[in-house]
Design a protein around this ligand. Structure first.
Ligand code: FES
Length: 110
């Protein structure tokens, strides 16, 4: 897994939704209830930018058609049969890092 330091976020103790680029991916970062979640910013339904959505009860709500995705698991809401990729987040002394597995690591389950 490769770790990427993300740009500093202002008012990190307040709820936030923002988009970053790391490892060639568009990642939606969500600060919710004292945790930071990282998931793909691209909605699998029709490609909307999830970082322009809302966060409601532990889920990101897509701005286009209101599909929802669990912040922790990426699992789509009931009846959607879809998901978004999620990424590990680490808070280190020098900043916040997002961990992205390579294609081969995901394929082998490492
Ligand atoms: S594009 Fe996200 S729900 Fe349709």
């Amino acid at each position: 897994m490769k770790w990427y330091k993300i740009p500093e976020i202002q008012n990190i103790n307040e709820p936030f939704i923002t988009k970053i680029k790391a490892g060639g991916k568009s990642i939606c970062l969500v600060g919710f209830e004292d945790r930071i979640y990282a998931l793909s910013a691209i909605c699998p339904h029709a490609g909307a930018d999830l970082s322009e959505g809302l966060c409601v009860k532990g889920k990101i709500v897509c701005p286009y058609h209101r599909y929802t995705y669990n912040l922790e698991t990426g699992k789509g809401g009931e009846g959607q049969n879809d998901f978004v990729a999620t990424y590990l987040v680490e808070l280190r002394e020098d900043g916040i890092y997002v961990g992205i597995k390579s294609f081969w690591e995901r394929l082998s389950g490492r």
